[in-house]
Structure formats: structure tokens, C-alpha cells
Write a protein of this length. Structure first.
Length: 362
């Protein structure tokens, strides 16, 4: 058994701050006798006194001072760790299976940059409009659509504070001045009804367990006759040459893993019906196909290697842990996906972009 426990360090830290056992007991929601027992227990384990009692006050002994100072550093580090765990738990609420590593930030930016013309040639809103970007992540899409609409204003929200911090850095680096970031939950947005002229959502619904609830909340904050624009992928649309059974298994492993988390990696094909069910009108969906062969070297690197295959590689360990695929299959599948970009190969993937309107009630 360890001589010193976290409860002892918190006890000592609290006594130092409030001065008496009575006040410390109140602060720690303990009885005074229980707190005294913990203190005596610690002194017995260490075989030394931690405090002297002088005129009803507790004064640290030399050993107590050493324990106090070392304990303060440990408690500070523990607080940082607890904050990081809390951040992970918040991220898990969004069921984002790819994680929030620096590698994933690079991948998201590579993806956004490599296919921006395919996805965003028509991501334009009128001058003076207020646009909500829901689920902005690290700002990979923000830094593309905001400069394209320099006379519009954007409020970009995400549930992950670490992602928002990365997004702020990215936007500042590009000297983009028409974006304001805010920490917010897509299911409980802190805005009044009809607050925004337009809503933009990119690669978000696929990760949500309740996409319909999210759409209804987005519809609430959208003004009458305002529009919503949604872009989502569809992993079922993936095909490539040379064909590979293990590469297809690797892609399916990502689909299954996302499904286990309550998400839908094939949601692109469902945009029309879910927007209709959510009560939107004038729905138009267009497929945005990414086709890559040797004549498009920028996409060989930017999309096949750094975006799609990097995504599959990023979930490989979790897919193995979930026993969705075995080690030989995932390793071979990833190698074969890379092979499609090494000369003589082709790769095709389809994104879907939907635009719909919140019409006035007759």
C-alpha cells in the first residue's frame, strides 16, 4: 500500500488554504473527526508529524512543508490530466472515431485543400449574410469558405475546445477576419430562433448518433427562407484499380466501426430523405465525384494518400481492437490503397452536397 494517497494531498492543500481542520472539513464535505482521522493515518504511515498545533492553528513541520510543496505540483498535474480526460469525453459525445491528433489535423487540411474546387465552387452566400458553420472542427473548411465570402459573417461552432483553438490559429495565420468561433453543442445551440441567414455543415452528420435531432436544431436557428448546405461522404461509393479484397475490407472496417459508434459513413446517399423528413423544402442534392488517375498528381498525393488512406490507417488500431478485421487484412488493405497512387492505378469516391430551404409557413 502507498503511504501517501491523493486524498491526503488534497487534505494538506486545503488545510494550508483555509487554516483550520474545521474549515477544511467543510470545504471537503467531511466531518471534522473523519478529516482528523485521515491526518493521523497519514502521520502514522510516514512516522512523522506534518503539523504543529499552535493556538488552534496548524503550522507545517519541515516534513509537512516538503509534502505540501511536492503535493501541490502533483495536484496541479492531476488537474491538467483531468481536464484532458474531460476534453476526450466531450469529443466522444460527438462519436468522432478519427480522434483529435496533430496527424488528424493535417489529414483534414489535406482533404479540404485537395478537393476544395470540387466541393466549394458554389459555396457562396450573399453579402451581409450571417452564416452558421456547425461542427467547424480544426477550421479546415472554414479557411476555404470564409475568404470566398468575405462580405458575409461566419459563426463557426464546435463541441471540442481543442479543435476550436486549432481553428483560431489556422484562421489567424490566413488573416481571415470575418469568422467568430464559439464553443457550442449542435444539439443545443445557444442562439435564438431564426438567428442565422444560412447554415453550413460539412462532414458532421456522419458522426452523429442523432442526425435528425441535429437538423431540427439547425432548422430552429435558421430564419424563414434561409438555406442549409450540407456536404457528406459515402464510403460505399469507393472503388479503385487495381481491385483488392483486403482494401475493400479495410474500407468496410471503417464503415462498421463508425456504425458501432452510432454514426453512418454512407450518409451521403441519404441527404435528400433526411432533409425532407426534417421539414426542409426545395432540396437539391448533387454528387461531387473525385476521380483520380496518373494525370492528376496533386490528387494522388493529396486525396488518395494523405486523405482517404490516411483516414483508414488512422482507425486501424481501433478496428483491430474491436475485432472487425485482422492484422494481415488491414495492413494489406492499406498497402493496396496506397498502391492505387503509385502509378497505373485509379481511385474514385463520391461526396454529396445538398442545399435546402426553410420555407415560410403558409
Amino acid at each position: 500500500m502507498s503511504f501517501i494517497e491523493i486524498k491526503h494531498l488534497r487534505l494538506i492543500d486545503t488545510i494550508e488554504r483555509v487554516g483550520t481542520l474545521k474549515n477544511a472539513a467543510e470545504r471537503l464535505y467531511l466531518t471534522q473527526s473523519a478529516l482528523s482521522h485521515q491526518l493521523k493515518e497519514l502521520e502514522a504511515r510516514l512516522e512523522t508529524r506534518i503539523f504543529h498545533r499552535i493556538k488552534n492553528k496548524l503550522v507545517f513541520t519541515p516534513a509537512g512543508k516538503e509534502l505540501r510543496d511536492a503535493g501541490k505540483e502533483i495536484l496541479e498535474r492531476l488537474e491538467v490530466l483531468e481536464g484532458k480526460i474531460h476534453e476526450i469525453n466531450k469529443d466522444n459525445i460527438k462519436d468522432y472515431i478519427h480522434g483529435y491528433s496533430d496527424e488528424e489535423t493535417i489529414r483534414l487540411n489535406d482533404q479540404a485543400g485537395s478537393i476544395s474546387e470540387i466541393l466549394h465552387w458554389d459555396s457562396k452566400w450573399e453579402e451581409g449574410s450571417l452564416v452558421l458553420e456547425a461542427g467547424c472542427g480544426v477550421g479546415a473548411q472554414t479557411k476555404i469558405i470564409a475568404p470566398m465570402n468575405s462580405r458575409a459573417s461566419f459563426v463557426s461552432v464546435d463541441l471540442s475546445s481543442s479543435s476550436i483553438e486549432k481553428a483560431k490559429v489556422a484562421i489567424a495565420k490566413e488573416d481571415i477576419g470575418n469568422v467568430r468561433f464559439q464553443l457550442a453543442d449542435i444539439f443545443e445551440l445557444p442562439y435564438k430562433d431564426g438567428h442565422f441567414d444560412h447554415v453550413f455543415v460539412c462532414f458532421v452528420l456522419e458522426h452523429l448518433t442523432r442526425p435528425m435531432d441535429a437538423l431540427k436544431e439547425l432548422k430552429r436557428v435558421l430564419r424563414s427562407n434561409g438555406t442549409i448546405t450540407i456536404i457528406e461522404g459515402d464510403h460505399g461509393s469507393t472503388y479503385f484499380h487495381p481491385d483488392s479484397k483486403n482494401a475493400r475490407k479495410a474500407v468496410e472496417a471503417q464503415v462498421m466501426l463508425q456504425e458501432k459508434r452510432g454514426g453512418n459513413a454512407n450518409i451521403g446517399r441519404e441527404l435528400y430523405p433526411i432533409l425532407s423528413d426534417a421539414g426542409f423544402n426545395s432540396i437539391k442534392v448533387s454528387p461531387r465525384q473525385v476521380y483520380v488517375d496518373d494525370s492528376k498528381p496533386e490528387l494522388l498525393e493529396g486525396f488518395i494518400r494523405n486523405t482517404f488512406t490516411a483516414m483508414i490507417k488512422g482507425i486501424s488500431e481501433e478496428a483491430l481492437a474491436q475485432k472487425i478485421i485482422d492484422r494481415d487484412e488491414i495492413d494489406s488493405g492499406i498497402e493496396d490503397l496506397y498502391r492505387t497512387s503509385n502509378g497505373g492505378g485509379t481511385f474514385c469516391y463520391t461526396f454529396f452536397k445538398a442545399k435546402a430551404t426553410k420555407n415560410l409557413v403558409p
